[in-house]
Design a binder for this molecule. Structure first.
Ligand SMILES: *[C@@H]1O[C@H](CO)[C@@H](O)[C@H](O)[C@H]1NC(C)=O
Ligand SMILES: *[C@@H]1O[C@H](CO)[C@@H](O)[C@H](O)[C@H]1NC(C)=O
Ligand SMILES: *[C@@H]1O[C@H](CO)[C@@H](O)[C@H](O)[C@H]1NC(C)=O
Ligand SMILES: *[C@@H]1O[C@H](CO)[C@@H](O)[C@H](O)[C@H]1NC(C)=O
Ligand SMILES: *[C@@H]1O[C@H](CO)[C@@H](O)[C@H](O)[C@H]1NC(C)=O
Ligand SMILES: *[C@@H]1O[C@H](CO)[C@@H](O)[C@H](O)[C@H]1NC(C)=O
Ligand SMILES: *[C@@H]1O[C@H](CO)[C@@H](O)[C@H](O)[C@H]1NC(C)=O
Ligand SMILES: *[C@@H]1O[C@H](CO)[C@@H](O)[C@H](O)[C@H]1NC(C)=O
Ligand SMILES: *[C@@H]1O[C@H](CO)[C@@H](O)[C@H](O)[C@H]1NC(C)=O
Ligand SMILES: *[C@@H]1O[C@H](CO)[C@@H](O)[C@H](O)[C@H]1NC(C)=O
Ligand SMILES: *[C@@H]1O[C@H](CO)[C@@H](O)[C@H](O)[C@H]1NC(C)=O
Ligand SMILES: *[C@@H]1O[C@H](CO)[C@@H](O)[C@H](O)[C@H]1NC(C)=O
Ligand SMILES: [Cu+2]
Length: 585
């Protein structure tokens, strides 16, 4: 080092640069290391009107849906959240891997205590090896009903998409609108034990569309030019419902799900569960069609419970050639209008057919690193159940009980402090136990007649895994209170969906059909109604990682659990200390 510093002139500068690269290899990637993007999120109340009904909702920066976060792969994202409302708040960056940044993941009482009134917390994380669309949402109680927004992740500078460059990109985020206060709805439901009231409308970018009363003006319009390719970034931020989506007279090309590229395929209709994202190419008609087209979404639901069975609609309209005005400006009423046809509300065959077509791109540039061997196997039942009604109360759940939901018959109870802190500081005694069952405590015909006793147990139990364990997890739906698709979301990891089927999983026969070549990689998967799904992932990320159904009502009833992933031996395999502003309980 010293002799270099004594040289002078241009040669010295070159040598210095070379030595810098030699001593600090990461500098040689400076061009690709990304930049830091700062955001300020003020949690505020805002009056919003939909369906002629005005209510005060909790928002980020007064916006509904919330602001878009934009980044390139490799960038650091820093979001300063200031809580100005009476509610406790946390935010979750849904699908962001959070490699060694578990303190920024956000689920309340799992990775952090809530940000209380007047408090501030800075979420700080990098986006690594992900490109596509994700989203952020509140992760406490039911506040994500109004607190959500897109995360758009572009590839690194100079790295093209593995598909045609779109002319324009448009986020399309689905949500659910309730005229009533969603916090009151879930509080009351948990008290009575009955099913919570359902939403009054679905929304596209916060707008219910023309099929609802007093809503025609609140319609999302997508104005397009003929002969172009648009990238639609679809996000399902609905609280409790999987959705079918279709655009009349247009075929969609699926190119990316959950911020991972897939082998492109064409479809007229797609299915998207809460917690999932899907990037699609929309190729517009080559010539001005002199027509407008509905883009519609309505639910896929199979359970016995009631659900919002309405349809939200946006309008795809073509700009007339030689006119800067979209067709509506010249009188939409005069144009023919086409509606897409959507599957029946319980079309499980369509759901299975569609999800089977999703495959990782799995090429040299974007390989699918599917674990080929398995260190630990788990078999989890997921589904509903019941809890006894307290003695002095009458309950509105099944047969006078309270509704519950469970994984392997454990209805998870959130602690009053955060799991990650207690794990990190070795204070887990009395907070959680490490005996989460590997298999169902009592086997039964999961998809046949339910057992007579549907009562669940409860507790705060976790699975502890060493760093770099290869995990295979089979999740089996049960028919207790009705077979139902459950969109299971894993924090901290992507997983590969290596197999799925109907009926009871057969450990002797089914693994021979697993796809270990190009299975889809994602963070949320629908466990088929009356069936099972097998996933694999590698525990390359130390921390405490929540796994739960992304139907919020099922999470509230206990369909959730947590994995504790221990530090590895190397310094870059350890979870760093918490940030100094981490909220306290
Ligand atoms: C919402 O409307 C109510 C009633 O008009 C009003 O008192 C309140 O200040 C408004 N809140 C906000 C945040 O604008
Ligand atoms: C839209 O599709 C319908 C039904 O397939 C067809 O009858 C109609 O001609 C199509 N319209 C346009 C403008 O493509
Ligand atoms: C578009 O359709 C409307 C209504 O069907 C018709 O009156 C009009 O002449 C058409 N315009 C063109 C340019 O085809
Ligand atoms: C939606 O549900 C309501 C009430 O359960 C029912 O009356 C109606 O027929 C259903 N509509 C559709 C389209 O299924
Ligand atoms: C789906 O719903 C229809 C209409 O409500 C009903 O006739 C049919 O039996 C249902 N199918 C399944 C598989 O539940
Ligand atoms: C399943 O998908 C194929 C195309 O891959 C299609 O031809 C068939 O009609 C679909 N079946 C159902 C039940 O959706
Ligand atoms: C039932 O008893 C519990 C504990 O004794 C009490 O806290 C609760 O208020 C009672 N509920 C009703 C509905 O009486
Ligand atoms: C409802 O509960 C009662 C009393 O616990 C029991 O006798 C009955 O079999 C139950 N009915 C059903 C449908 O589970
Ligand atoms: C489970 O129940 C289903 C539906 O009744 C039946 O078809 C199946 O044979 C049963 N499976 C076993 C292993 O008993
Ligand atoms: C469940 O209940 C039914 C009818 O009440 C009874 O015939 C059956 O033996 C019970 N099954 C078990 C496993 O207890
Ligand atoms: C756990 O289960 C017991 C027994 O059913 C019940 O009394 C208690 O309220 C449950 N606790 C929670 C937090 O649900
Ligand atoms: C907010 O969170 C703190 C810490 O967990 C808790 O003590 C308090 O009761 C919560 N407040 C509300 C309004 O839920
Ligand atoms: Cu989530």
């Amino acid at each position: 080092m010293a002799p270099l510093l004594q040289t002078s002139g241009p040669m010295a500068a070159l040598l210095l640069a070379l030595s810098a690269i030699f001593l600090f290899p990461e500098l040689s990637h400076a061009k690709h290391a990304g930049i830091t993007r700062h955001y300020k999120f003020n949690i505020r109340l805002q009056n919003v009107t939909r369906l002629c009904h005005t209510k005060s909702i909790v928002t980020v920066n007064g916006r509904f849906p919330g602001p878009k976060i934009f980044a390139r792969e490799g960038d650091r994202v820093v979001v300063k959240v200031v809580n100005h409302v009476q509610n406790n708040i946390t935010l979750h960056w849904h699908g962001v891997r959070q490699l060694r940044s578990g303190w920024a993941d956000g689920p309340a009482y799992v990775t952090q205590c809530p940000i209380q009134t007047g408090q501030t917390y800075v979420y700080n994380f990098r986006i690594i090896s992900q490109r596509g669309t994700l989203f952020w949402h509140a992760h406490i109680s039911w506040l994500r009903a109004t607190i959500y927004g897109p995360i758009v992740i572009l590839p690194k500078h100079g790295v093209p998409y593995p598909f045609i460059k779109p002319y324009k990109e448009v986020p399309i985020i689905f949500g659910e609108w309730f005229n009533a206060d969603t916090e009151a709805i879930i509080t009351q439901a948990l008290q009575t034990g009955g099913g919570p009231n359902v939403s009054d409308a679905y929304t596209i970018n916060g707008l219910p569309g023309p099929l609802y009363n007093c809503s025609a003006r609140d319609t999302f319009r997508l104005s397009v030019k003929p002969g172009k390719t648009y990238l639609l970034r679809l996000i399902n931020a609905a609280l409790n419902d999987e959705l079918f989506f279709s655009i009349a007279n247009h075929t969609l090309t699926i190119v990316d799900v959950d911020a991972i590229y897939v082998k492109p395929f064409d479809t007229d209709i797609l299915l998207i569960t809460p917690g999932q994202t899907t990037n699609v190419l929309l190729k517009t008609k080559p010539h001005y069609p002199n027509a407008t087209f509905f883009m519609s979404a309505r639910p896929y639901a199979t359970g016995r419970g009631t659900f919002d069975n309405t349809t939200t609609v946006g309008i795809l309209e073509y700009q007339k050639p030689n006119s800067s005005h979209p067709s509506n400006a010249i009188g939409i009423k005069n144009l023919p209008l086409f509606r897409p046809s959507l599957p029946g509300l319980n079309d499980t065959a369509f759901a299975a057919n569609y999800t089977r077509r999703l495959r990782s791109l799995a090429n040299a540039q974007f390989p699918a690193n599917v674990p080929q061997t398995v260190d630990r196997r788990f078999f989890f039942t997921v589904g509903l159940g019941t809890q006894p009604c307290p003695k002095n109360q009458t309950c509105q759940g099944p047969n006078g009980t309270k509704f519950a939901a469970s994984v392997n018959n454990v209805s998870f109870v959130l602690p009053t402090t955060a799991l990650l802190q207690t794990h990190f500081f070795g204070q887990s005694n009395g907070v959680y136990t490490t005996n989460f069952p590997t298999n169902p405590p009592f086997p039964f015909n999961y998809t046949g007649t339910p057992p007579n006793n549907t009562m669940v147990s409860n507790g705060t139990k976790v699975v502890v895994l060493p760093f770099n364990t290869s995990v295979e997890l089979v999740m089996q739906d049960t028919s207790i209170q009705g077979a139902e698709s459950h969109p299971l979301h894993l924090h901290g990891f992507n997983f590969f969906v290596v197999g799925q089927g109907f009926g009871n999983y057969n450990p002797n026969k089914d693994p021979s059909n697993f796809n270990l070549i190009d299975p889809v990689e994602r963070n949320t998967v629908g466990v088929p109604a009356g069936g099972w799904v097998a996933i694999r992932f590698q525990t390359d990320n130390p921390g405490v990682w929540f796994m739960h159904c992304h139907l919020e009502v099922h999470t509230s009833w206990g369909l959730k659990m947590a994995w504790v992933v221990l530090d590895g031996k190397l310094p870059n395999q350890k979870l760093p200390s918490p940030p100094s502003d981490l909220p306290k309980c």
